[in-house]
Write a protein that binds this ligand. Structure first.
Ligand SMILES: NC(=O)c1ccc[n+]([C@@H]2O[C@H](COP(=O)([O-])OP(=O)(O)OC[C@H]3O[C@@H](n4cnc5c(N)ncnc54)[C@H](OP(=O)(O)O)[C@@H]3O)[C@@H](O)[C@H]2O)c1
Length: 242
């Protein structure tokens, strides 16, 4: 059966890099996106040029109904063709800046719903559809180990996602492995100013941001080494040391 991988937030940036890596490894891709329709269609073309099938699917994963519609699409794909769901990469995330004194309930819920609840709901459902040897990879952040006071909800969501990774790894073994990849600084987000980014890069012991392929190679490693579960691979140029 052809192997299928579901990657969330895969239209562009790191999520796209994960999807292309999996396509190069021979997986067909259920490519989730939210608002980046044009980028998703461009990524679709790039995956198809690798002779892989790709199913772009729009969903708002802050909403339980959005998660359910993505899962319904997954079910339809699995039923219409004889795919084997082998990999889930939870990459979609939201990182708004907001200090503790200004954080609203709406903001807190949106971040936790996307960064933590959606990965849980997707892992819970995908685990039931995966055959033995399935792999779930949660994309966290070196910030999970830090106390970034400008990003309280994001930092807490990623720390909790690493905890969830360990809980799921234990619960789903031995059939399914669950791991996390914690990138350091790769691509600046809109909320980070150029000056802030430069200051962050200066603090990294290896003095440069990661290249996308240095993050995706951790995914390849987790696919190849089938004796790792419940771990977080930190790919941060040494930032967690400072
Ligand atoms: N970039 C870095 O340097 C870095 C560093 C450490 C960790 N990470 C982690 O790596 C992952 C990818 O990072 P990135 O910077 O490439 O991603 P990103 O640009 O911050 O966003 C990831 C994706 O999340 C999706 N998304 C946002 N709101 C959503 C919603 N309501 N429902 C569903 N999807 C939604 C977006 O989809 P649409 O664009 O389609 O709306 C976007 O493509 C994230 O988990 C991030 O926390 C990134």
């Amino acid at each position: 059966m052809p192997p299928l991988a579901l990657v969330t937030g895969a239209a562009h940036r790191l999520g796209k890099a994960f999807a292309l890596t999996l396509a190069r490894l021979g997986y067909d891709i259920l490519l989730h996106y939210h608002t980046s329709t044009d980028e998703a269609l461009q990524t679709r073309l790039e995956i198809e040029s690798l002779s892989r099938r790709v199913f772009p699917t729009q969903a708002d994963l802050t909403q339980p109904a959005g998660v359910q519609s993505l899962l319904a699409q997954l079910e339809a794909i699995l039923q219409s063709s004889s795919f084997a769901l082998e990999v889930l990469v939870n990459s979609a995330a939201f990182m708004p800046a907001g200090s503790v004194d200004s954080l609203t309930l709406e903001h807190w819920d949106a971040v936790l719903d996307l960064n933590l609840r959606a990965p849980f709901l997707l892992a819970q459902a995908c685990a039931k559809k995966m055959t033995d040897g399935g792999l779930i990879v949660n994309i966290t952040d070196v910030g999970a180990q830090k106390s970034w006071s400008r990003y309280p909800s994001y930092t807490v969501s990623k720390a909790a996602l690493e905890s969830l990774t360990r809980v799921l790894a234990r619960a789903l073994a031995p059939q399914i492995r669950v791991n996390a990849i914690a990138p350091g600084f790769v691509l600046p987000s809109d909320v980070v100013t150029t000056g802030e980014w430069q200051r962050l890069i200066e603090r990294i012991p290896l003095k440069r941001p990661a290249r996308s392929e240095e993050i995706t190679s951790a995914l390849e490693f987790l696919i190849q080494n089938q004796y790792i579960t419940g771990q977080t691979i930190v790919v941060d140029g040494g930032y967690s040391l400072v």
